[in-house]
Design a protein around this ligand. Structure first.
Ligand SMILES: C[S@@+](CC[C@H](N)C(=O)[O-])C[C@H]1O[C@@H](n2cnc3c(N)ncnc32)[C@H](O)[C@@H]1O
Length: 197
């Protein structure tokens, strides 16, 4: 689902970048996210702020996918190494990526925007190498509903899911949850898992 004008503006704001850097990225690092020398795929990469953070740790490669051309245009304006690419595409259809080709798949706050989020989870599993790692964070369902009301915005309810539903889906498609944590006093959660061999 593409972002509305207000959310698009919020997502590229300084406060958003602060939270992404100091809260979300840090939570992934505490889980053990270390992209150095690894093939990384980010789904719903937005304007590429996480890509900028990842570039500081020298991954082997980085690919960012986002459905909005406007977001990819912003991401492409960043001064990033040549092994960083951004693609306009749907996270639920990663057919341009080979099976078992990525060491890490990461998603920052994008899964609740995708009504077919279960397909995204399955695609992430397919492109991960055995033992590859999946890092996800998202706002809590209740927080999304409240934020949308306050901003007078609509949100497709199909994209709203409980954390336990995600955990069940991960288990069902051959991934093992290794850790989870509440962020921002429970307004968000973060989780990581690995693809079983
Ligand atoms: C809330 S924003 C988060 C952006 C970025 N990850 C961040 O943390 O700033 C959600 C992003 O998911 C993208 N998105 C929504 N549906 C998508 C889909 N089916 N495939 C890929 N990206 C999608 C939107 O375009 C948007 O950039």
């Amino acid at each position: 689902m593409k972002l509305g004008r207000l959310e698009f503006a919020v997502m590229k704001s300084r406060p958003r970048e602060f939270i992404a850097r100091r809260v979300e990225y840090r939570a992934f690092e505490r889980f053990g996210f270390d992209p150095a020398g690894r093939d990384v795929l980010e789904l719903g990469c937005g304007s590429g702020y996480a890509a900028h953070l990842i570039s500081l740790q020298n991954p082997k490669s980085y690919s960012g996918v986002d459905i909005m051309e406007e977001q990819i245009a912003l991401a492409n304006r960043r001064a990033l190494p040549e092994n960083f690419i951004f693609i306009v595409g749907d996270a639920a259809d990663l057919s341009s990526f080979e099976d078992s080709s990525k060491d890490d798949v990461i998603i920052f706050g994008a899964l609740h925007h995708i009504p077919v989020w279960k397909k995204v989870v399955r695609e992430a599993r397919r492109v991960l190498k055995p033992g590859g790692r999946f890092f996800i964070d998202d706002p809590n369902q209740g927080f999304v509903v409240l934020a949308m009301k306050l901003m007078r915005m609509e949100h497709d309810e199909a994209g709203l899911f409980e954390l336990r539903e995600l955990e069940a889906e991960l288990g069902a498609c051959g991934m093992e949850v290794r850790g989870k944590k509440n962020l921002l006093c429970g307004l968000m959660w973060s989780l990581w898992g690995v693809r079983k061999p």
